[in-house]
Design a protein around this ligand. Structure first.
Ligand SMILES: C[S@@+](CC[C@H](N)C(=O)[O-])C[C@H]1O[C@@H](n2cnc3c(N)ncnc32)[C@H](O)[C@@H]1O
Length: 358
């Protein structure tokens, strides 16, 4: 096997395939293979060794629909149930020395039933891999991560990802617990976004108590809840009602206004977040304007994509926003991801490029 293995949300294989075809083709020729509702896509390379080249060359953070990116070197089928470990070990001989092993199912109903098997199977496999010098004795964060993707008890795909160019979460999914007192489930979306877009070592500086934030389309307050929890003062903009417990914190000011016409009075806003249900092109442009006007430093927003060509529509909206920012002479960084808690939408992080310390 000489393929890139990408995990995605089941039902979004088409988007993930269109995107990898678009990004990888000019780097290493191949074709994307996707089956609906499997939760993964394979980009099969024509030239030997290209998958291992791609997993280093392609920038994972630039992929919207992929949750994980793995150089897949073996697709094991009809594995003998008597000695699965031996078969996987043999296939692992071609892998580099890895610093960690993850045995994981796909994000499907069949996958859920395999979670226990994965946990159990990882124990003897880890021991054998260590004994045969395929895995370091202690986890090493600077070495490749070995992935065994379990499709069934007799079918598995083996490969590795590169630290710093992968998702640090198992299955590419951060495990978050819904806070009991959050006013809506979409609260977790913003929590996942902060985890995804702000590196842990920068969180204390960039997402912190005392900052000012604006939440456009805030009702009933799931996203505002996350900002308040981090000690921020929030202007919540929405005609709809806000959760009373949030208002009682004294950290929230409710503006019953149109989010497209709202302008912060004082220009001291660090974070803009926006979850308005609106045309994605319109939202992307508004976000570009906030950054160009210096009304915020960083923004996290959703682009709702209920249409069929979701990848091309996402690209179109992001390109319009980037073009607008370039025309305005703004230097920016942008990352877009289809998060675990996103459904027919993607989440985007936009940031004014920070000044470099001399
Ligand atoms: C998906 S809900 C937001 C949920 C919220 N993020 C939460 O976690 O509770 C979308 C909200 O956008 C608001 N909205 C839509 N268009 C808007 C506009 N032009 N200005 C302000 N709010 C708007 C709606 O009233 C609705 O409350």
């Amino acid at each position: 096997m000489n393929a890139l293995l990408l995990y995605c949300r089941p039902g979004f294989e088409k988007e993930c395939a269109a995107e990898i075809q678009h990004r990888a083709m000019s780097v290493a020729a191949g074709y994307a293979e996707a089956k609906p509702n499997t939760g993964y896509v394979l980009y099969k390379c024509f030239t030997e060794g290209d998958a291992e080249y791609l997993v280093r060359r392609l920038q994972f953070w630039r992929l919207i629909f992929a949750r994980q990116m793995i150089a897949c070197t073996a697709h094991l089928k009809d594995i003998s149930v008597d000695d699965r470990v031996a078969e996987v070990l043999e296939a692992a001989q071609s892998l580099p020395l890895c610093g960690e092993l993850i045995v994981e199912p796909t994000d499907t109903n069949e996958g859920k039933e395999l979670s226990k098997f994965c946990r159990k199977f990882s124990v003897p496999l880890r021991q054998k891999l260590r004994k045969h010098n395929k895995l370091t004795d202690k986890p090493k964060a600077d070495k490749p991560v070995m992935h065994l993707c379990v499709l069934s008890g007799t079918e598995m795909m083996l490969g590795y990802s590169i630290p710093g160019n992968n998702s640090r979460f198992e299955m590419g999914i951060p495990r978050l617990r819904h806070p009991k007192d959050a006013p809506s489930r979409s609260s977790l979306k913003l929590e996942e976004a902060f985890l995804t877009f702000v590196p842990p070592e920068e969180t204390e500086k960039r997402v912190t108590s005392g900052m000012n934030a604006v939440d456009l389309g805030a009702s009933p307050g799931g996203w505002t809840y996350q900002l308040v929890r981090r000690g921020m003062m929030v202007s919540a903009v929405d005609n709809g009602p806000m959760d009373q417990a949030l208002m009682d914190t004294g950290q929230v000011k409710h503006f019953q206004e149109d989010g497209f016409g709202f302008e912060p009075k004082r220009k001291n806003v660090t974070w803009l977040v926006c979850d308005m249900v609106e045309k994605p092109g319109r939202v992307a442009r508004l976000m570009g304007q906030w950054l160009a006007n210096r009304w915020c430093e960083e923004a996290i927003f959703n682009l709702k994509l209920p249409m069929k060509q979701r990848f091309s529509e996402a690209e179109r909206c992001l390109d319009l926003m980037k073009q607008y920012l370039r025309d305005e002479g703004v230097r920016y960084q942008v990352t877009a991801k289809h998060l675990y808690h996103d459904r027919e939408e993607i989440t985007v992080h936009l940031r004014r490029e920070p000044r470099r310390d001399r």
